[in-house]
Design a protein around this ligand. Structure first.
Ligand SMILES: [Zn+2]
Length: 302
């Protein structure tokens, strides 16, 4: 058991909040598997059921279960992924907002997660924080990491829960107050990581799927930063290369959403371990003394 500094009987706990089932596998899966293996209690909160997702894997086209009941199929996929990573998972029970496409963009569906008033949308997460009592909480940045309305809403409810759960006057009826100690944003799309992988592929004479993405970042960076930097700095790198195979297995468990021949598997785990054996985070708020850069999300808590 990995315990806290103040109380040797108290295990460390990590809560990662995600918008859809499969987000936990594409953002921070190896980090979570490595902490779980080291005795940390790891919980994923999944805001929506992902029931408006389409089939992203050609091999699953026409699959009877997901064609009839996408939400049900994704619950089974999520259970498989959680077992692979060795983590607990809880659904927060909101309806997937879907990714609006077209010009003009269509309205979001009634009663979806992204249209739920913040205090209602955050209440199940506050309840979970007060029950699970995480020391560390991880979310997306204010742009959702990727601009899906559910990802932006996942960011909002996480920041709300992080700040409100410790205040006994807020969210009455959702359990005893618990104050999480550190808040991080996930940097799975850290441009520096893609850049390093891109050049390693080129150097090895392999095709890079990142060329376009890098070009777009360079263009978008109005301050002329080279290499491209994200809006939040990487303060914390968790060495978890040993768990990249588990992360890939967890991704493949989301069979309706992940094409085993796709983007996520463009670079072998061996090459990733050589080039970028970390998963990256940005420390946003902390209530324990710590100094950056860190190599442990629990720095200051052990
Ligand atoms: Zn998502």
């Amino acid at each position: 058991m990995t315990t806290t500094k103040g109380n040797p009987a108290e295990p460390l706990r990590l809560l990662a909040v995600h918008a859809h089932p499969d987000d936990e596998a594409s953002k921070g899966a190896a980090m979570m598997a490595s902490y779980a293996a080291a005795g940390v209690s790891v919980m994923v909160a999944t805001c929506t059921g992902g029931e408006r997702g389409g089939i992203q894997n050609p091999a699953m086209e026409g699959d009877p279960h997901s064609s009839r009941d996408m939400g049900g199929a994704r619950r089974l996929e999520m259970a498989k992924a959680a077992a692979i990573l060795g983590i607990e998972q809880q659904w927060l029970g909101f309806a997937d907002s879907g990714l609006p496409e077209g010009d003009p963009l269509p309205a979001l569906p009634a009663h979806c997660f992204a249209l739920t008033p913040l205090e209602i949308a955050a209440a199940p997460l506050v309840r979970l924080v007060r029950r699970f009592r995480p020391h560390v909480i991880i979310s997306y940045d204010e742009n959702g990491g990727y601009p899906h309305p559910d990802h932006i809403m996942a960011h909002k409810v996480t920041v709300e829960a992080y700040h409100a759960a410790g205040d006994p006057g807020r969210y009455p009826g959702t359990g005893a107050a618990w104050e999480p100690q550190k808040l991080y944003y996930d940097l799975a799309f850290n441009p520096q990581r893609f850049r390093a992988l891109h050049f390693a592929l080129e150097e090895a004479g392999l095709a890079s799927p990142y060329a376009q993405r890098l070009a777009a970042w360079l263009e978008a960076d109005t301050e002329g930063h080279t290499p491209p930097v994200g809006s939040h700095p990487a303060t914390t790198q968790v060495d978890c290369g040993e768990y990249f195979e588990k992360r890939d297995d967890a991704l493949r468990a989301h069979a309706t959403q992940v094409d085993p021949a796709g983007f996520f598997f463009a670079v072998t785990p061996e090459m990733q371990r050589k080039v970028w054996p970390w998963e990256d985070y940005s420390l946003i708020d902390f209530r324990v003394p710590t100094t950056v850069p860190e190599n442990d999300l629990f720095a200051g808590l052990r």
